[in-house]
Design a protein around this ligand. Structure first.
Ligand code: GLU
Length: 469
């Protein structure tokens, strides 16, 4: 069988971790079987998906993560004529009917069902209305779901699932605004596009029997279904679309490498032995739907940070550099061109979880200027100030005269100038302050080396000026 899977998000908000996991697993399944993968944007809910940037966001997120598609992106709003012609056919063959019920009637119906502890469901009021004289009355079109019998399907992750038809509503397939609905369009598209495996979140299990009924009554082949386990936050609550940290690009914007995010998402429901680290190529060989868990999975951001630190330290340094440079460009940061990025990264990736942390915590390493907090110097008395100025001048002279700019040489100069000084500790503290505007930092010789001769000289001259004031 030629496998075809699809990812079919509705652009009603940003893609979140759960949607990307659906995309990734569908993609992995297709790639693992030499199949094809489709990207389809389900945008017929025009009220909620009017924003073009959500559509662009889908494309950008998939592109960032390298989840490439063979066909698409298809937009359902470009396929309306196809849906209309099928709805026409369904009306003529009595598989569908016009429903003129007002919102108010449906509301009252629902309330009375709730009061009577009956599962809310459309009561089929308009099923047998043939004609309505007032043509200006709004109507929707509903699918005539079979009254009796069961829908049973074999979920590739969960096994047989069965629904009784008498529990299933007559689904609206065309809204009053003439837009067809997700459940209907999705079914037609899956059929037209030859989708063999529908892989999607558990929240769609209830849609599946309705979709199967539509396909059956239209005489169309059924795809296979696989419903992925629900994702929960660390407190066991459903991941909320509204939480900005569930937006997939949030991770990009916070300096997470795609390798880390992909690896972590792969692990959110799928596993292979006790392995933690996977690259995509490996997973393509190993991926199988029967290794997917049925139980809810918790998303733990600390685990993601763990992966990110791992990848920052284990991917090739040149690759990490190029990601870091892209990230700097993305942030539109002023990055001093003379900075030794490779050494900067080697020093900081051991100490940070994300590229954002590097940017936030090591400003002094990449910026050509640090803003010193002059209050620090107010505590020095005149005598100390003079001593400091002389020692710093000595240090500057040594730096300027040295032709060798290496960590080793810088360490020698530091030792030579400061080591035997009586208040060595304070000197070091002040030097660290001059360079970093902080009292803690990685070893001075390393940071001086990274910042470079020109900038270091400037910073020390700057602090001498401040002391003199
Ligand atoms: N448009 C649906 C969603 O975003 C897709 C569901 C499906 O995969 O069938 O949830």
């Amino acid at each position: 069988m030629n496998i075809i899977t699809r990812f079919s998000p509705s652009p009603t908000g940003y893609l979140h971790i759960g949607s990307i996991r659906t995309a990734l697993y569908s993609w992995l399944f297709a790639r693992s079987k030499n199949g094809k993968f489709i990207l389809r944007i389900e945008d017929t809910d025009i009220v909620r998906s009017s924003k073009q940037y959500y559509k662009q966001h889908i494309i950008d997120s998939m592109t960032w993560l390298g989840i490439n598609w063979d066909y698409g992106p298809y937009y359902q709003t470009n396929r309306l004529n196809r849906y209309y012609s099928i709805i026409d056919y369904m009306l003529k063959s009595n598989i569908a009917y016009k429903c003129f019920c007002t919102e108010n009637r449906l509301k009252v119906l629902r309330q009375s069902q709730l009061i009577n502890k009956v599962k809310p469901k459309y009561d089929g009021h308009c099923r047998n209305i043939k004609h309505i004289s007032n043509s200006s009355i709004n109507y929707v079109i509903r699918f005539r779901n079979p009254d009796n019998g069961y829908v049973v399907f074999n979920d590739l992750i969960r096994g047989d699932i069965s629904f009784s038809n008498n529990e299933i509503d007559d689904l609206i397939i065309l809204r009053a605004n003439s837009m067809p609905t997700y459940n209907f369009c999705s079914v037609i598209d899956d059929y037209d596009m030859g989708v063999t495996h529908v892989i999607r979140g558990e929240e769609h299990i209830n849609n599946t029997p309705r979709q199967i009924n539509i396909l059956k009554l239209l005489g169309m082949n059924l795809p296979n279904y696989a419903h992925l386990p629900i994702l929960l936050d660390i407190n066991g609550k459903k991941l909320s679309k509204r939480n900005k940290s569930n937006n997939i690009m949030y991770y990009h914007n916070n300096g997470i490498l795609k390798e880390a995010l992909l690896n972590y998402i792969i692990k959110l429901g799928w596993s292979h032995e006790n392995k933690e680290i996977f690259n995509l190529k490996e997973v393509i060989n190993l991926f199988n739907l029967n290794k997917i868990s049925k139980s809810p999975i918790k998303f733990d951001v600390n685990k993601l940070l763990w992966y990110n630190k791992y990848y920052m330290n284990n991917l090739s340094i040149d690759y990490v550099i190029s990601n870091f440079i892209d990230y700097i460009k993305f942030l539109n940061l002023n990055f001093d061109r003379n900075i030794k990025i490779k050494d900067l990264l080697k020093l900081t990736i051991l100490r940070c979880n994300t590229m954002k942390e590097i940017i936030d915590n090591y400003h002094y390493l990449y910026s050509n200027k640090v803003n010193l907090n002059p209050n620090y110097l107010n505590n020095l008395d005149i005598k100390d100030k003079l001593i400091f100025i002389n020692v710093f001048k000595d240090f500057l002279l040594n730096l300027k005269e040295s032709n060798d700019w290496s960590v080793h040489k810088i360490r020698n100069i530091l030792d030579q100038v400061f080591l035997n000084k009586e208040n060595k500790k304070i000197f070091y503290q002040l030097l660290r302050f001059a360079i970093t505007n902080s009292y803690v930092s990685p070893p001075l010789s390393q940071i001086i080396y990274i910042i470079g001769k020109f900038n270091i000289i400037n910073r020390i001259e700057n602090v001498i000026k401040l002391i003199k004031k």
